[in-house]
Design a protein around this ligand. Sequence first.
Ligand code: HPA
Ligand code: ZN
Length: 341
Amino acid sequence: MRPLKEFLHEMPKAELHVHLEGCITAEILLPLEASRGEPANPEAFQELYRFKDFYGFLEAYGEVCRRIRRPEDFRTVAGMVLVSLARQKVRYVEMLFTPAVFFRLGLDVDEVFHSIFDAAEQARKSWDIRCSLILDNVRQWKPSFAEKTLDWALKFRPWVVGIGMGGDENGRRAKEYESIFREARAQGLRTVAHAGEIGGPRSIWDALEYLSAERIGHGVTALEDPVLVKHLLRHRITLDVSPTSNVRTGVVPSLARHPLPRLLEAGLAVTINSDDPAFFQTSLSEEYWNLSEQFHFPAERIVQLARQAFDSSFLADEEKAVLLKEFDQYVQMKNPGSKDS
Ligand code: HPA
Ligand code: ZN
């Protein structure tokens, strides 16, 4: 492995925008189906993950979710996902998960949560990786589902640290969920929202105003509005950017034309994430490496992006300090500036 690639792979990481459901690969799903006595054709399975655009992605995502039929399957799914993250030296993950999807599919949601927590507990003991959940919502669905989601979030603290908003940004207006997100903040939950992915700056403004979003998922259209950029800078709002996701859903035409370098030049706080690695054929390690290959970022810049993820996390200050110390020690010890880049 090239020295910089190895440095990036071994670097302690935090991931703030990855969906549990978006990590369900065919390799995870096939044995689950087989164990239900439903042997599947692996080639047909690969079809599940093919899509042309953002809306095709949402459909494929829904279809994969529909194939999880038993609450206990989440123990396997979360366990495999956390192993894969631990192998990439992810030390802390804020995992998005959308319980309303499985509620609508008729699964016992409490059991689903307990299965995920079992796996997270096990992963912490075995691989020293910490996992918190952010419960995502679906913008196309009635606010009553978001109310239920808030109840689950409150019930399952401290595993759950916040709520989010995902799905079709051009679906219902953020304003319809305002009171739910306000209540979440009042109760001490943290808030994030997908915005400025397929929607423009107006959608980011709405996420800030009505969903009290503390971090924005994607936000790649922010530069279209200089007043918004000033606002994001003044309030230190982080953009959780997922470059490969944006290319694969057609939000940007290519990695070369991704606005990431310009977001950084504007001084915005940015983190790098994998979003839905099973659908976008990526991983957090690959995301960092791709940036080095595509934009020829010096190692220091990639280190700064990786450090930002710990900094922008919802960890308590003391826990953040411990992980940041570990991160800084790694960087100091490996001194990437002196390596081939
Ligand atoms: N955008 C909207 N909804 C989603 C995404 C995304 O990137 N990933 C999973 N659900
Ligand atoms: Zn996402």
